[in-house]
Design a protein around this ligand. Structure first.
Ligand code: FES
Length: 93
């Protein structure tokens, strides 16, 4: 079994279990709190892969039931747009 310093929980941001545990001990008691401290759940998949794992770690470490730990708010992925896309497709704007 890997130790928590090597075990990657968030593959997108390469956040280890130990970093998440440190964030929880630093006061994070929600998935969003862990997210703000570690950047877990902020990668390409937006937490679809790691969100439940972070939720379970928060629940275990804070003595809550996993279902009582609110899963992060999902946000639409941001994509770069050309300025012309805002102006009806006119590339010269
Ligand atoms: S695995 Fe954490 S954001 Fe993708």
């Amino acid at each position: 079994m890997e130790n928590s310093e090597e075990l990657i929980i968030c593959r997108c941001q390469e956040v280890t279990e130990q970093e998440i545990l440190d964030a929880i001990r630093d006061g994070a008691d929600t998935v969003d709190g862990v997210k703000r401290r570690t950047r877990a759940c902020m990668g390409l998949c937006q937490g679809k892969t790691c969100g439940r794992l972070v939720q379970r770690l928060v629940a275990r470490e804070t003595g809550q039931k996993p279902d009582d730990v609110f899963l992060q708010k999902n946000r639409m992925p941001a994509r770069p747009l050309k300025m012309g896309d805002f102006c009806g497709g006119n590339e010269n704007v």
